[in-house]
Ligand binder design. Structure first.
Ligand SMILES: Cc1cc2nc3c(=O)[nH]c(=O)nc-3n(C[C@H](O)[C@H](O)[C@H](O)COP(=O)(O)O)c2cc1C
Length: 386
């Protein structure tokens, strides 16, 4: 097919990010691209991945590369899935369904966000067995139970409870862009819409994106504070998690763990795994990059449950770095989102292709033909004192 968008010239996820930035109005691009406050964590997440060095071994037969990985008893064709992202259709129309279908096709997990712009039922259908459901615990227990019951009815086998939003992150770019509920058309917004006619037209055709699972509840919302109260609660505690553990019969993951003792407590409570995550640097600017938090957590968990990591995955080799430092699996958020932003379905395909090609190449270069065999022995040994 003719590549009118120039996607074939995108060599990396960073290239796709730049293409997406050109196609999307600033307020919508920043909504996905931005991080908390100074954005230190956002920057450090991917820098810290880059700092992990692996030492290649040569003269190993790498003519056949196997990227398959198993997590939570499910077999996948690659060791990563799509992280839950709320309101992604504001980034590019139909982004949710595009990515859910892509994950099904590639046999990797797709995590449907509570705050997605598409209902969890539609996403379960599109991901067709590859869907996991991410839960935000609401201040209203009826809202939480409603979502859990719907996820159960939609036959999700894995529920991922997000723990790292006791308060919404302060994202300075969104404040500068005057993002508000209800959405306001300011002169700056009008200018951005005019400068990005393709986005404006497609968004017009698909309808204004909303938070679909709560659409009825949010109709009455007049402020961002109203939206937050429906979605999240500062009162979410370990007792609530225990109730969810008892309530949910499928696999249960806790997302947003950064402290080894929290990880151990999740294992003690019978959780099936954790996602070591700082929410892609969107919650706080002062915390550790996840790849730096991972080794102590892996050490404390001692293989008692699955460890998944996210925040900062931008290259295929990052999946090997995560595995070498103790993770079983990873999630990519913005990496695949930038693909959709750069070119819709074709862009999502390109992002997936880039990550997969980089992964296969890195396994070959490292001298480990089988992803599951990557471990601490691939980490570069440091001389004492370094
Ligand atoms: C725009 C945006 C929206 C997000 N929405 C959610 C969400 O609804 N639920 C959740 O648990 N995490 C959410 N996250 C965090 C992601 O699941 C994931 O932890 C993060 O994107 C990983 O970092 P990365 O983007 O560097 O890969 C969101 C992230 C972004 C960028």
């Amino acid at each position: 097919m003719v590549d009118l968008m120039g996607l074939d010239r995108a060599a990396s996820i960073d290239d796709l990010r730049r293409m997406a930035r050109r196609r999307i109005p600033r307020f919508a691009f920043d909504l996905v691209d931005g991080g908390a406050e100074s954005e230190r964590n956002l920057r450090r997440n991917s820098e810290a991945f880059e700092e992990v060095t692996l030492t290649p071994r040569y003269m190993v037969d790498v003519s056949k590369i196997d990227t398959r990985a198993t997590v939570l008893g499910q077999n996948f064709d690659a060791p990563f899935g799509m992280a839950p992202i709320g309101m992604l259709n504001a980034f590019w129309p139909d982004a949710d369904l595009t990515l859910a279908r892509l994950c099904k096709r590639e046999n990797i997990p797709y995590v449907a966000s509570s705050a997605a712009s598409t209902t969890l039922e539609e996403l379960a259908e599109a991901a067709d067995g590859n869907g996991w459901f991410q839960l935000y615990v609401s201040g209203d227990p009826k809202v939480t139970e409603g979502l859990v019951a719907r996820a159960e009815a939609a036959d999700y086998k894995v529920m991922m409870v997000t723990a790292d939003v006791p308060a919404a992150g302060k994202r300075d770019r969104d404040i500068r862009n005057q993002l508000a509920v209800p959405f306001r058309i300011t002169p700056e917004v009008l200018l951005q819409l005019a400068l990005h006619p393709r986005w404006s037209l497609e968004t017009l055709c698909h309808g204004k994106p909303n938070i679909a699972n709560y659409a009825d509840l949010l109709k009455a919302a007049t402020s961002y504070a109203d939206v937050q109260k429906t979605l999240i609660t500062p009162g979410f505690t370990w007792e609530d998690l225990q109730r969810l553990r008892d309530r949910w019969k499928g696999r249960l993951l806790v997302k947003g763990i950064l402290h080894p003792q929290d990880a151990v407590q999740c294992a003690d409570m019978g959780c099936d795994g954790i996602v070591v995550s700082n929410h892609g640097g969107r919650q706080v600017a002062f915390g550790p990059p996840t790849i730096e938090a991972l080794p102590a957590i892996a050490e404390a968990v001692q293989g008692r449950m699955a460890i998944i990591v996210d925040s900062g995955v931008r290259r295929g080799v990052d999946l090997l770095r995560a595995k070498a430092l103790g993770a079983d699996f990873a999630l990519a958020g913005r990496a695949l989102a930038y693909g959709v932003g750069a070119g819709g379905r074709a862009g999502a395909n390109r992002a997936m292709e880039i990550l997969k090609l980089e992964l296969v190449r890195a396994l070959g270069q490292l001298g480990v033909p089988d992803f599951e065999a990557v471990g601490p022995s691939q980490l570069t040994a440091r001389a004492p004192g370094f």
